[in-house]
Design a protein around this ligand. Structure first.
Ligand code: 3AM
Length: 175
């Protein structure tokens, strides 16, 4: 198949939890919903790119590989609910400067490939459940300090009707 005939991939940049953080997030998601996001799918979206061809993906991957950032910690300390999409999510009352800096660096890099970010304010969050009817979740949150040491490029795919993510690239902090 030549490159232009290859199907576009639905891509997004994200923070991908390490295994212990993922297990803690999954436990909260299970406690809060009968239909939690699958543990392996839990993440924090940074930039949703949409359908990308191979050349576009290459451009994004190239420009972000030049980003230098320091590791940082996100303290996920509250649960909220977006009524329209019926999404329950976990957020951070304080956005760490390291995350703000990474978002700015990524935004500037992606713009050089022609990317135009969403005009809505970005709210850092981890989606715990979708199509959730119950806006309330009474649970004591455990300490959820996420030690961020990389960002990733993920592809969203449907497999037998289920949403799955495949990692297409990962970029570590401090290099
Ligand atoms: O990370 P969360 O779960 O908040 O809802 C989709 C998911 O968000 C979102 O991108 C993330 C990875 O799929 N998404 C899907 N389509 C989108 C769109 N058209 C979108 N975000 C913005 N615009």
């Amino acid at each position: 198949m030549n490159e232009s005939a290859a199907p576009a991939r639905r891509l997004f940049f994200a923070l991908w939890p390490d295994a212990p953080t993922r297990a803690r997030l999954a436990a909260v998601a299970r406690r809060c919903s009968q239909h939690p996001v699958a543990a392996e799918n839990l993440h924090m979206t940074l930039y949703f790119l949409g359908a990308c061809g191979a050349a576009q993906e290459r451009c994004y991957s190239n420009v972000v590989s030049r980003i230098k950032f320091e590791p940082f910690e996100i303290n996920l300390n509250y649960i909220d609910f977006w009524a329209r999409p019926q999404v329950r999510w976990l957020g951070a009352r304080v956005v760490p400067p390291g995350l703000t800096a990474l978002m700015e660096a990524l935004g500037a890099a992606l713009a050089t490939c022609g990317y135009q970010p969403d005009k809505r304010d970005w709210v850092p969050h981890v989606t715990l459940s979708r199509k959730d009817k119950n806006p309330h979740c009474e649970t004591d949150l455990p300490k959820l300090e996420w030690d961020v040491r990389e960002f990733v490029l993920a592809e969203s795919v449907r497999l037998d009707g289920d949403l799955r993510y495949r990692l297409r690239g990962r970029w570590p902090a401090g290099v």
